[in-house]
Write a protein that binds this ligand. Structure first.
Ligand SMILES: *Cc1c(COP(=O)(O)O)cnc(C)c1O
Length: 369
């Protein structure tokens, strides 16, 4: 048995459906801003419980556009989480603003007390991440933001389809950005991202910013970028969004197999859910003190496993010692997290095999030496 961490291949009947969607685009020939883009933007806005969405070339671009659309730039500070893929901090830095880093909770999401400690006169926005498929504590974040007049920008890249208090990822910020790259839960067959808002003026601004800051296609009113969602990606994403509930329920089922199988192993902290939330398990991230040895043991047993993301944002050479950072819990967690394979193509017997090996590691003699 060889257990793959990711399997992005598309075969058989599914491949035919993808080709059919692409063929339609090739036939009408509107390769940029074709009808599929608007159709997808409408569909995903509705799915996330938003009025509008604006497609972008990547999740990183979507975050950058969201910040720009709220006039965040030079001289501003944006509070974000120590634990994320560095695209989050980069989107802030590229606007000219300074990212400052809050600590996390053991659930790997932003710690709101730490967030509050970072408030200064320059703070303009909070950029929480829905980490590893779990929505951040937006009740606390939103009320703090309201109190201090801050913009909330949700990075929902790792939690498409997750729910909390009956609302979905992408609905929690004043503006939200989600990556749709091939590794994500809702994924294109290349780079793609989406920005979500309820504000018509913000939508117009985003549409201008994503096409060189132009209005009426020719006149540039502010510097912008070229970051539109390709028609072909939109066509594929329409097809995949129609099927997303199956993908999510498969991931949730895999997670519950792990929860069930691993819950008696006291050396492991599991990614458990509160009863107000439904996570989508972008990764199934366990925490354990002997992470490196367990990881090596699983690899020896042909079980691919990964550490997302091994360098905290404030520890990246690009950011280290450049701005305020709280990271005590983040430092502890980053040395203990391990992501197990959870993708929707895994069979039940494959998950059970992973569980059996982990049990053997802790219960048997396999962890000696
Ligand atoms: C993937 C990811 C991004 C960046 O998205 P891309 O589409 O790869 O540019 C941003 N933030 C988080 C938390 C991510 O996981």
């Amino acid at each position: 048995m060889h257990i793959r961490f990711l399997d992005l291949s598309v075969t058989g009947e599914e491949q035919e459906k993808h080709i059919e969607a692409i063929r339609k685009v090739l036939n009408h020939g509107i390769l940029v801003n074709g009808p599929e883009v608007a159709e997808f933007e409408g569909m995903i806005a509705k799915y996330c419980g938003r009025k509008f969405s604006v497609g972008a070339g990547s999740g990183s671009d979507a975050l950058y556009l969201a910040l720009r659309a709220h006039d965040i730039g030079h001289g501003d500070e944006v509070i974000t989480s120590s634990m994320s893929w560095v695209a989050t901090a980069n989107s802030v830095a590229l606007t000219g603003a300074t990212p400052v880093f809050a600590d996390i909770n053991e659930d790997l999401n932003i710690n709101t007390d730490s967030m509050k400690c970072l408030l200064t006169k320059k703070t303009r926005a909070i950029l929480p991440v829905d980490y590893a498929g779990k929505i951040a504590d937006f009740e606390e974040i939103t009320s703090f933001a309201k109190e201090h007049g801050l913009v909330v920008i949700e990075d929902g890249s790792q939690a498409f389809g997750a729910e909390k208090y009956g609302r979905r990822t992408g609905s929690f910020g004043d503006i939200s950005a989600i990556s749709l790259n091939p590794m994500k839960i809702l994924n294109g067959i290349g780079e793609a991202g989406i920005v979500l808002t309820d504000d018509e003026n913000v939508r117009k601004r985003l549409e201008s910013l994503r096409y060189n800051g132009t209005i009426n296609r020719e006149t540039c009113i502010e510097p912008g970028m070229n970051s539109r969602l390709d028609t072909i990606q939109a066509a594929v994403l329409i097809h995949r969004l129609k099927n997303i509930d199956n993908v999510i329920s498969k991931r949730r089922k895999n997670a519950s197999l792990y929860n069930e199988g691993l819950r008696d192993i006291e050396q492991i902290r599991l990614p458990l859910e509160q009863n107000t939330e439904k996570d989508t398990f972008y990764t199934y991230t366990i925490q354990t003190k002997d992470r490196d040895r367990l990881s090596a043991y699983l690899s020896e047993n042909n079980i691919e496993n990964k550490v997302y993301h091994p360098i905290l944002q404030p520890d990246q050479p690009a950011y280290i010692n450049k701005s305020a950072a709280f990271k005590e819990t983040a430092e502890k967690c980053v040395n203990s997290i391990l992501c197990l394979p959870i993708h929707e193509k895994l069979r039940e017997d494959e998950i059970l095999y992973v569980i059996e090996k982990i049990e053997k590691y802790y219960r048997g003699r396999d962890n000696e030496g």
